[in-house]
Design a protein around this ligand. Structure first.
Ligand SMILES: Cc1cc2nc3c(=O)[nH]c(=O)nc-3n(C[C@H](O)[C@H](O)[C@H](O)COP(=O)(O)OP(=O)(O)OC[C@H]3O[C@@H](n4cnc5c(N)ncnc54)[C@H](O)[C@@H]3O)c2cc1C
Length: 266
């Protein structure tokens, strides 16, 4: 944020940014540093708007650091016959692969083995800023809590959106969106555990399961089950792991066992 110490993420830069958050008024304030918030902030900044982003933990600390790493084209929407969404997703994917991020996005051949035989209700009053707390300020510090002013506030808080809704309810505003938190579990196995170069897509009883080549590993996932515990720390159960192994083994020559598993994330 600060031009004088631009580009360096350091305690000096942090102190300078906090000073600016307190003192200045922004065009756009984004709450949440996941892919949605970072994207919204980048988009607004690239249009010349003055942007601030506040994050409760760390950049991509939420769902964004735990995805299947796929830029898929709306496969699940296709199943639901949501052709408009599929068209939009494919258009975005094409842009990412060719213009926006060809250095990050590369095509992976994927096979589909076949068995033989869904914002805020903007009717709401305007939100013109938020109260933030600096979690690294010394205990009891009078400066730890302060207000940030902005013409527009974007809540990009992912599975924490219902917390945001409760805050809006507390000030008499009516949020228009509810989010159901669900858990997705991935297994990581070495490349040697599965012969081949091609990714796989399987339709399971409760989700779409991908087997994706990822450097020296394969990523196998995901489950999709309701999660009502700590949203910051979703955890994989033995049952989730057994389910994934069972599903992927239906199409593998050499079945995977728990001994093949290098890592699990949820
Ligand atoms: C198992 C699984 C696999 C997936 N795989 C893929 C995939 O392969 N490809 C794909 O495109 N998508 C995938 N997705 C979807 C994708 O990961 C999510 O849509 C995306 O990461 C959501 O990003 P977000 O920024 O909305 O939320 P998040 O990444 O969760 O970010 C929200 C942020 O808001 C912060 N926050 C919350 N409350 C506050 C507050 N009060 N103040 C300040 N900060 C706050 C949180 O700390 C968090 O950092 C997958 C999702 C799951 C669950």
């Amino acid at each position: 944020m600060s031009r004088s110490v631009a580009g360096q993420l350091s305690p000096v830069r942090r102190a300078s940014d906090l000073r600016r958050l307190r003192a200045e008024r922004f065009d756009v304030l984004v709450i949440g540093g996941g892919v949605t918030g970072a994207g919204a902030a980048l988009d607004a900044a690239s249009r010349g708007l003055k942007v601030a982003l506040v994050e409760a933990r760390d950049l991509a600390a939420g769902t964004s650091s735990r995805s299947s790493k796929l830029i898929h084209g709306g496969l699940r929407y296709l199943e639901q016959l949501e052709f408009h969404l599929v068209h939009e997703a494919l258009t975005e994917r094409g842009l990412l692969a060719t213009r926006l991020a060809p250095h990050l996005v590369r095509p992976v051949p994927i096979m589909v083995p076949l068995p033989a035989g869904r914002g805020l209700n903007r009717q709401a009053r305007e939100v013109t800023g938020v109260r933030v707390r600096d979690l690294e300020a010394p205990p009891g510090s009078p400066d730890a809590e302060f207000e940030v002013q902005a013409r527009t506030v974007i809540a990009a808080t992912g599975v924490w959106s219902d917390d945001m809704s409760r805050m809006l309810n507390d000030v008499g505003l009516r949020p228009g969106v509810r989010v159901r938190a669900s858990k997705g579990v991935h297994l990581v196995v070495p490349r040697s555990a599965i012969t081949g170069e091609t990714g796989l897509i399987l339709r399971t009883a409760s989700s779409v399961l991908f087997v994706i080549p990822w450097g020296g590993h394969w990523i196998i996932g995901t489950t999709d089950t309701d999660w009502r515990l700590d949203r910051s720390h979703p955890a994989a159960s033995a049952r989730d792991i057994d389910y994934l192994l069972q599903q992927v083994n239906t199409v593998l020559d050499r079945p995977l066992t728990t001994a093949d598993i290098e890592g699990v994330y949820a």
